[in-house]
Design a binder for this molecule. Sequence first.
Ligand SMILES: [Cu+2]
Length: 265
Amino acid sequence: MALAIVLAVLIVSSVLFHLVTPWYSTPIASNWTSIDTAVDITFWVTGAVFVAINSFIVWALIRYDQRKGRPATYEPENAKLEKRLTLWTSVGIATLLAPGLYAWDKFVTIPQNASVVEAVGQQWEWSFRFPGKDGVLGTTDPRYINENNPFGINPSDPYSKDDILIESNTVHLPLGKPIKMVLRSKDVLHDFFVPQFRARMNLVPGLVTYFWFVPTKTGKFEILCAQLCGIGHYTMRGYVIVDKQPVFDAWLKKQPAFAQATAAR
Ligand SMILES: [Cu+2]
């Protein structure tokens, strides 16, 4: 009986905690409402199963408590029950998977009109690169990385000349435009994560990874590195400032291109 009471308290307090907790997601500032929907549906399905299974245990503990003169019975097979359990488990799993697959399908399909922005991670800072007027990022190679070329940009690639370099942990992005965020790491695993954008991706040394999103609110949003990337991991922060297009254009114009930056060094 004591266990039944403990379980009943656990069910009620878990549901209440979920309803009154202040720790909900921050308000969304991107197009990824489908990811929030997938998370919400997961909460509903797992919450309902949690309540149903634990309530059943509470009921069974009370209903079938040990009593004198009531022998235990053994029922090895119950085809009807097993069919029902298989059906409802399948329905539950499909409900959990479907919204995630729907969101993932969109996540891996980059819109044709997305503009490219590169984020480069290293222990423990961020820097950024825009492709310039030609819309194409110049190629890079770790061999080119030196004091004068921290991005490792190929100096003989014609596409690299007009690349715009942001050697700061703060980057501006235009409101309402799809952005393909291309990610590179100079050393270890990092992860580009802005909680308000919901989407995120690892930076993997030796690979170029990417994801996309549309900023839907102007404002200043914090970038967190979401991989434990060494002793200074907690300092690896930055900011995305989402501006209206004219403000963004004015900001971008002031940033140095690769050709200018190397000439100035
Ligand atoms: Cu990091």
